[in-house]
Design a protein around this ligand. Structure first.
Ligand code: 2DT
Ligand code: MG
Length: 212
């Protein structure tokens, strides 16, 4: 008797500093993978559409002030509140491309001078990404991509600190560093190969837990 195993989707995270092209690459990935007939959807953190996400949005737009520790925990809570949806999506065979995850949480809080281990703790046990695609952009080229926006954290000095922490978090067992200064389509092809390979390699593997 043959058992038919349901394939699960893969959890793919895009990380990198502002202007690296995460959102652009996420949309291109959605289009390319969808064309192959495989199920895939996008998510992003912070997800500003939830109640917690609404508070985070006000904080980022500088409408309210929050203590560093408090907002750090809200960013983490915003991921935890979406874990059931992440698990259900993967279980029905749909893959997810996520624009930012716990790594941004640590990198941005750490850039304020917060203790990295303290920052990591609330995200321990989240679904572990099957692959992290880190879009690496030189600071010179980032500055040529035009002005930063008006939100909190959107300045070159802060982004440099963020990048240093991303580098500390990098785990070569599942991180892929992609040079994001190249033409959009070339970057996409590299990302696309990683995504297809990951979907195939992980389809019958259990979802692991982050940092456990
Ligand atoms: P977007 O520009 O991608 O909407 O992000 N951030 C993000 C944190 O400080 N902690 C987190 O856990 C996450 C996911 C990065 C808005 C800003 O929020 C920062 C930029
Ligand atoms: Mg932004």
């Amino acid at each position: 008797r043959k058992m038919v195993m349901t394939r699960r989707g893969a959890l793919i995270v895009l990380e990198g500093c502002d202007k690296a092209g995460k959102s652009t690459q996420a949309k291109m990935m959605l289009d390319s993978v969808t064309k192959t007939g495989k199920g895939i959807r996008l998510m992003n953190f912070p997800d500003r559409t939830t109640t917690i996400g609404g508070i985070i949005d006000q904080y980022l737009r500088k409408q309210i002030e929050l203590k560093d520790e408090a907002v750090h925990l809200l960013f983490s809570a915003n991921r935890w509140e979406l874990v059931p949806e992440i698990k259900a999506t993967l279980a029905r065979g749909e893959s997810i491309v996520v624009d930012r995850y716990a790594y941004s949480g640590i990198a941005f809080s750490g850039a304020k001078g917060m203790d990295l281990e303290w920052c990591r703790a609330p995200d321990v046990g989240l679904p572990k990404p099957d692959a992290v695609i880190y879009l690496n952009l030189d600071k010179k080229i980032a500055s040529q991509r035009g002005d930063y926006g008006q939100e909190r954290y959107e300045n070159i000095e802060f982004q440099e600190k963020v990048k240093d922490i991303f580098w500390k978090l990098k785990d070569d067992s599942y991180w892929h560093v992609i040079e994001a200064s190249r033409p959009i389509e070339v970057v996409h092809q590299d990302c696309y190969k990683i995504v297809l390979e990951t979907i195939q390699r992980k389809e019958h593997q259990p979802i692991e837990l982050l940092w456990k």
